[in-house]
Design a protein around this ligand. Structure first.
Ligand SMILES: [Zn+2]
Length: 463
């Protein structure tokens, strides 16, 4: 049996994936903080994880995928105050938009999408355990995780103590024993949102949420913890410290999650996305301009660990490629891909087993479809089978090729008129009146309709 190998950030190695329970593979991904529209970097995380889940589902009978919603946070509070919208209304609005936008990109909803505010009780329990185990302390209404007490801190990111201090990037608050200590709980007096706790009215620190939600929804340990590479430090480092310390497993970091899976950044036209440059690409805008599958394939066009340079050109290239794949499916319309028992070709599927090497799979698919013209029926069946089956894992190529390519649909001119003009043109051709025939063709093209003469008559599509 082929084995899936994935890069594990914990240990920085390519490792064979061995599930804890092969009957139920469990994956947790850090989801969005919902105070605004998701950008293309958020979408990359969602799409890459969706691919991982789809592939795991072809290998194991059950996969449980949890991805959370952060619905309490300083940025949310600020956005709620600025827009004068209650927090709940704001977070519900952007959760809905996030899910709708991701669904346009073919991202299936996680099996569980926990909201942080539903897990306050679990978070308080975790903090109590951490205090009891001497990894956390209370000071001035704050509870802090004492980083020097956890000697394996830094193992995930590979940062040493000096880098951790620089990386924490916050001025050292007077209630901290050590500059690297991080907040588990902080005071949140009215009118700020707060919950009753043994340390007074307050709210949780962001890192704590994921420790509480992943444990509650998946149990410990689970298989894969994933997220964007920007979360490795400090967010994921802190999650490991909290969960392992709460269960006194400080020497066994894999007692939380076995594999840490991180996707790379998205740059825009060669530059880092940032507010100051004003180049942040929002999914909500992109889906109005491009088809979801085009955006999805573009996001999968680079290896998930590599940075992805988001440009108009790369979107165009992937759009053209999808059109070509759909054109192949259209050409193979009458071929039954499932007439015989087929398997995805080794050289194509091997790319996925090799740390989800999507560019390699895409290159192989291109080579496969290049050979269609002189192929016999059996080869055609195989080509179509491979396109459809890889398409299922990639979340592409499942639409009707006619619909994708625009056959039988027109935006500017009604269908009866098109059919009548085609009839007139064919009549003109029969009468060798080629000028008229040509004029009709041009007229239709002007209206965004292209006609094609096939052995079975004239067909048309919108362009
Ligand atoms: Zn998280």
């Amino acid at each position: 049996m082929k084995t899936l190998r994935i890069h594990n950030t914990l240990g920085n190695n390519l490792e064979e994936f061995k599930p804890i329970d092969p009957l139920n593979v469990r994956v947790y991904a850090c989801g969005p903080t919902v105070y605004y529209y998701a950008h293309i970097g958020n979408a990359r995380m969602a799409v890459v994880n969706d691919l991982l889940i789809r592939f795991l589902k072809t290998l194991y009978p059950k996969v449980t995928y949890v991805s959370n919603i952060t619905d309490i946070d300083d940025k949310i509070i600020a956005a709620s105050q600025k827009n004068k919208i209650p927090i709940k209304e704001l977070t519900e609005k952007y959760t809905k938009i996030y899910n709708e936008d991701m669904s346009v990109l073919g991202v299936k909803q996680p099996d569980i999408q926990p909201k942080a505010t539903d897990y306050i009780k679990e978070m308080i329990n975790l903090i109590e355990k951490l205090i009891e185990n001497n990894f956390a302390y209370e000071k001035d209404g704050h509870v802090l995780f004492h980083v020097p007490s956890f000697k394996n801190y830094g193992m995930l990111s590979g940062r040493n103590r000096d880098e951790q201090i620089t990386g924490s990037r916050v001025e050292v608050a007077p209630y901290k024993k050590d500059p690297t200590d991080f907040v588990l709980w902080k005071p949140s007096p009215s009118p700020l949102p707060g919950w009753e706790s043994p340390w007074g009215l307050g709210r949780p620190g962001w890192h704590l949420e994921c420790s509480a939600m992943s444990e509650k929804t998946l149990g410990l340990p689970f298989d894969i913890h994933s997220g964007g590479a920007d979360l490795i430090f400090p967010h994921h480092e802190n999650e490991i410290a909290q969960t392992c310390a709460a269960h006194k497993n400080n020497d066994d970091l894999k007692s939380f999650a076995k594999y840490w899976f991180h996707n790379g950044f998205v740059n825009v036209e060669g530059e880092k996305m940032s507010k100051s440059i004003g180049n942040i690409k929002l999914v909500h805008d992109l889906v109005k301009e491009y088809k979801g599958e085009v955006l999805r394939l573009t996001l999968l066009s680079a290896h998930y660990r590599q940075p992805l340079n988001w440009t108009r050109d790369i979107i165009k290239q992937n759009s053209t490629m999808l059109d070509r794949f759909y054109r192949t499916l259209k050409d193979l319309e009458k071929v039954d891909a499932y007439a015989e028992k087929n398997e995805i070709e080794e050289r194509i599927i091997n790319g996925l087993y090799d740390d989800l090497n999507t560019p390699k799979v895409i290159a192989e698919l291109n080579m496969l479809t290049n050979g269609i013209n002189n192929a016999d029926v059996k080869t055609k069946q195989k080509i179509k089978f491979n396109l459809l089956e890889i398409g299922k894992i990639f979340g592409i190529l499942q639409k009707n090729p006619d619909t994708w390519l625009g056959y039988g649909q027109s935006k500017n001119i009604n269908q009866d008129t098109i059919e009548r003009l085609i009839k007139d043109r064919n009549e003109a051709r029969r009468n060798k009146n080629f000028d008229t025939a040509d004029e009709i063709r041009k007229k239709l093209k002007k209206e965004g309709v292209e006609i094609e003469d096939t052995s079975e008559g004239t067909i048309w599509r919108s362009i």
